[in-house]
Design a protein around this ligand. Structure first.
Ligand code: SF4
Length: 189
């Protein structure tokens, strides 16, 4: 089975897994931008410089772009929820948790089922694998489970979705969390 056929299978599995949307992602559409990193540095999320998955721990824009460009294909996954109103914080929180858990579990499944593939998971938020990140005192404890936020790498998520013909805004009263996985065949030898 070639990589494109595997990606088709993986999309089917992602939908079965509970993501509300899963679709192919062309690596050539991913352009990482310094302006997005500048927003990270403003540190509104309080994650900047606190872990290996976010800047500056995840590497410079150039280093991340080089890493992304070395991959051959990918998928985007989304979890969309309908909110009762603009203050439906309960659904917002539940959806964030549901998406985060599914994303981490699906990462584990991909690593088990496709050991021949190298995987770059880029998710919604800061890596949540460990209770306390080892940053900056020791190397990442679980590099195979670590996932950087798409924005942390420098992606404009709405642009990436649009360039791949995938809706990002699912209409008024909805909320969508987005993640992606990039794949390439492991080098033999
Ligand atoms: S896997 Fe653990 S040590 Fe590595 S980036 Fe995530 S939280 Fe930090």
């Amino acid at each position: 089975m070639d990589l494109q056929e595997k990606i088709k299978d993986i999309i089917g599995q992602a939908l079965e897994f509970g993501f509300t949307l899963a679709a192919p992602l062309s690596v050539s559409t991913i352009r990482l931008r310094e302006e997005v990193r500048e927003m990270c540095a403003a540190n509104k999320c309080h994650a900047y410089n606190t872990n290996w998955s976010c800047p500056p721990g995840c590497g410079t824009v150039e280093e991340c772009q080089k890493r992304v460009d070395s991959f051959e294909g990918g998928i985007i996954v989304q979890t969309t929820a309908r909110l009762e109103d603009d203050f439906d914080f309960e659904t917002m929180e539940e959806t964030a948790k549901k998406h985060g858990k599914a994303y981490l579990e699906f990462t584990k499944r991909l690593r088990t089922e496709y050991p021949e593939l190298e995987l770059l998971p880029l998710g919604t938020g800061v890596c949540m694998t460990c209770k306390k990140c080892t940053y900056p005192d020791a190397p990442c404890r679980f590099p195979e489970l670590m996932s950087s936020p798409m924005e942390g790498y420098g992606m404009v998520i709405s642009d990436v979705c649009r360039e791949n013909g995938i809706p990002y805004n699912h209409g008024r009263g909805t909320l969508t969390y987005v993640g992606c996985y990039l794949f390439k065949n492991k080098e033999k030898g």
